[in-house]
Write a protein that binds this ligand. Sequence first.
Ligand code: HEM
Length: 471
Amino acid sequence: KKPNNFPPGPKWFPIIGSAWQLHKLQQKKSLIVKVSEELALKYGPLVGVRIGCTRIVFVYGLRATQEFLTRDDFIGRPDSIFFTSRTWGKRRGIIFVDSEFWREQKQFFLKQMSFRKENIAYSIEKEVKGITNNLKKSIEDGNGEAVFQMGDLFGISILNVLWTLMVGDEYAKDEKEMKAIAIIVKDLFGNSLVVGGLFGHFPFLRYICPNYCGYNEYVNINGMLTNFIKKTVEKMKTNYNSNTTRGFIDSYLHVLNSEEKAESFSEDQLVAIGLDLLFAGYETTSKTVSLAFLFMLLHPDIQKKAQDEIDQIVGRDRLPTLEDRRLLHYIEAISLETTRLFTGHILNSPRRAVKDCYFNGYFIPKGTTLAVNFRGVSLNTESGWEDPKIFNPERFIKNGKLTIPNNYMAFGLGKRRCLGESLAKAHMFLIFASLLQTFNFEAIPNDPPIAEIREAFIPCVRPFRGKITLR
Ligand code: HEM
């Protein structure tokens, strides 16, 4: 039954709730972000629905989103078998846990990231150098030009950086294995729905039709990834040395081997953190980077402006480094603008109300799931963006200086803000700066990329090719 004063929305029917109306709308609008936007236009910034046994509130618009993301009342994560079936029936990892358990684990991870800042910078620089050299070689072999599927250029290097963060630089990475992981993570996204998958809302479906409702595939894909990470942890344990820290796995093993470790630390939890990093860090970063290059193909003037900035500040005699980030404002603005447009196409930040509370005058009972429709924040004039659908890095430059306005929230806000933000931004920066310093990127005549971003769990564009030449 709908609680009194719950946010307005489509009618709730017994058992299915509003699932039928959402399904009908989805047939019309095709995607859940558009469905939720249409509902917001009809009912307001908070829309209350029920899917199966889950009460869900969609949050839309700048003011409501800012309040939602930063209020401690909404700091929990939904608890359904969608989130537990990936980790042996228990809530594990960082993304889908909450309370003290989440706080301890997130804090530990962030501390390790900050200790390992230099190693991370080194590994990003090494990967970007690798891409640059490979491209140079392909251009040489291709008599001065190379044509590439742009989406395939960066994935493995992004995965390598995430993996190096876990295992360290000395650990030999098997390229075949990395490619296999990339495919598994991609499948995982193809199979995921942000607020919890069909079987998450109707748990009994996994007994009746485990294939149809996506349960079997979801559990299998997660199982492949967790097995891979588990095997790696086992391998690293065989030559573990308490005086050496190769990567995050060793830092975590140090804690597991210490007397005074908190209860939230366990080997399962270590594996689940690895799963979260691949899940949250890989497709997001690689899709954003390829989107930025799509914009470079479509806007040669912006590409030229970025190259001029690099020439002026770094020159051509040395490769850019992360130190240059403070001065390359236009490159940084390209990254901000791309992430704004990217997240503008997702429903994200699934949260759970941790106590009964009021939001925008409506009653939100403890346990309700809430999620943000980022279209309402990033792609809306009412949220303060002029021509929001146009790619325009200049919007982040005021009086020649990089300026990040309050309505930019591509990495979330508050305590549950993205844990990989600095890593993703550093990585994106160095890829743009290094590649634009060395190469020109052009659209293929008669086969230009299509700028339409497809909304999905992770937004994407149609695969596109680019012609690459030396500058
Ligand atoms: C362009 C790249 C990325 C974008 C746009 C992005 C965006 C986001 C957003 C919007 C959230 C949700 C915050 C919330 O619930 O309010 C999030 C959470 C998270 N992200 Fe990212 N992210 C990116 C890259 C990464 C990377 C590289 C990593 C890992 C190294 C990562 C790890 C995480 C984790 C673990 C969380 C959950 C944090 C928590 O629940 O406390 N992300 N990210």
